[in-house]
Design a protein around this ligand. Structure first.
Ligand code: PRT
Ligand code: ZN
Length: 285
C-alpha cells in the first residue's frame, strides 16, 4: 500500500510542534531517536526527518509528498510548492535592521548599502519592488553580527522577540513579511496519496479549529438570554439549559480565541455570571 511521505524538521524550532500536530491528528510519531525515515504507527504515512532548508527540494524531487516548514523557507527555496494550510506556530517576521544610532529615513536609506542576509531571494524581491539598488551579501549564520564587524550597513533576518537585534545594537526598521509554519505539498500527487492527504486534512482542520476556539459555559438571568445569544452564536446556536434556580439558565457555546477577551467583556456586561472557558481538543464539522 502507498504511504504519504511527510517531511518535518529533524531538530529545531519546528520539530516538537510538528510532531505534536501529527500526534493530535491521531498519527503517532515517535520523537525518540529520529532516524531519517520512520513509519506512522496507525495511519499510512512515513515521516522523513530533514533540515528545514532541504524540505522544498525533497518535495519538488518527489522524494517527499508534503512537508511542514516556515513560510520564509517556502518563499526563499520553494519553486513548485503549494501551501495547503497555515499552522499557527513558529510565528515570526522577516525584517530589515540597521545600527541603532543611525537615523532611518525610509526604504531610500538602503540605497547603495550592503545588506547581509541568509534570504537573498526574498530580499531581492523586496528591493526590486521598492526600486532600491543595494548590494546583497549572503551569509549563512550569525547575520546579526555583520554590521558590528563592518561587513554590512544593514541586515535582513528573522525576528521574533527582537532581543537578538537589541543585544547586537540594531533596530528593526522594515517588516518585509510575516511568517508561520505551513503545510506544503508538491504538485501532481498520485491519486492514492491525494486520498491519504485528504484524510489527513480533515483531521488537521478539526485540530486547528479546536486550537483556535474555546468552549464557554455561563449562567445568566433569563431576561438577558437573547442579548447573550446574539453575542455568542456558537457553531449552530448555543445550548440553553434551565438552572435549578428559577429564572436562570446556563448557556454553552463556542467562541473564537482571537475574539475571546472582547467577547468575555460583552458577556459580563450583558449579565453573564460564572463564566467557564474550556479548551477544545477537536472540532469536527
Ligand atoms: O537545522 P535546520 O536548518 O533544520 O534549522 P534552522 O536553524 O535553519 O531553523 P530554526 O530551527 O532556527 O528555525 C526554523 C523556523 O522557525 C524558521 O525558518 C522560521 O520559520 C521559524 N522561526 C520562528 C524562527 C524564529 N521564530 C526565530 N526567532 N527562526 C529563527 N529565529 C531566530 C532569529 O533569527 C534570531 O536570530 O532566533 C533568534 C532569536 O530571535 P529573537 O528575535 O527572539 O531574538
Ligand atoms: Zn535551516
Amino acid at each position: 500500500m502507498q504511504k504519504l511521505r511527510i517531511a518535518i524538521q529533524k531538530s529545531g524550532r519546528l520539530s516538537e510542534k510538528s510532531i505534536q500536530l501529527l500526534n493530535d491528528c491521531g498519527i503517532s510519531v515517535s520523537n525518540g531517536n529520529r532516524t531519517l525515515l520512520a513509519s506512522g504507527k496507525n495511519f499510512p504515512v512515513e515521516i522523513l526527518y530533514l533540515r528545514d532548508d532541504d524540505i522544498p527540494g525533497y518535495i519538488e524531487d518527489g522524494v517527499a509528498d508534503v512537508g511542514i516548514l516556515g513560510e520564509n523557507v517556502v518563499l526563499e527555496k520553494g519553486n513548485d510548492l503549494i501551501v495547503i494550510s497555515r499552522l499557527s506556530f513558529a510565528r515570526c517576521r522577516m525584517s530589515i535592521a540597521i545600527p541603532r544610532g543611525e537615523e532611518y529615513t525610509g526604504p531610500e536609506y538602503l540605497q547603495g548599502k550592503r545588506i547581509a542576509t541568509s534570504y537573498p531571494r526574498i530580499l531581492r524581491r523586496y528591493l526590486d519592488e521598492n526600486n532600491i539598488k543595494a548590494d546583497i551579501h549572503e551569509i549563512l549564520g550569525s547575520v546579526e553580527i555583520a554590521p558590528s564587524i563592518g561587513l554590512s550597513g544593514a541586515i535582513f533576518d528573522i525576528v521574533s522577540t527582537g532581543s537578538t537585534l537589541l543585544s547586537n545594537g540594531l533596530k528593526e526598521v522594515e517588516v518585509v513579511l510575516k511568517s508561520e509554519a505551513v503545510l506544503v505539498s508538491g504538485k501532481n500527487l498520485a491519486p492514492e496519496k491525494q486520498a491519504i492527504l485528504d484524510k489527513l486534512m480533515f483531521r488537521l482542520n478539526s485540530v486547528m479549529k479546536g486550537r483556535t476556539n474555546r468552549y464557554v459555559l455561563l449562567n445568566a438571568p433569563n431576561d438577558s438570554l437573547q442579548k447573550i445569544v446574539d453575542i455568542i452564536p456558537g457553531m449552530k446556536s448555543p445550548t440553553i439549559v434551565p438552572l435549578a434556580e428559577e429564572g436562570w439558565s446556563a448557556v454553552h457555546s463556542v467562541i473564537s480565541e482571537d475574539r475571546f477577551w472582547e467577547v468575555i467583556d460583552q458577556l459580563k456586561e450583558a449579565g453573564a455570571q460564572g463564566i467557564l472557558v474550556i479548551p477544545i481538543e477537536k472540532m469536527v464539522n
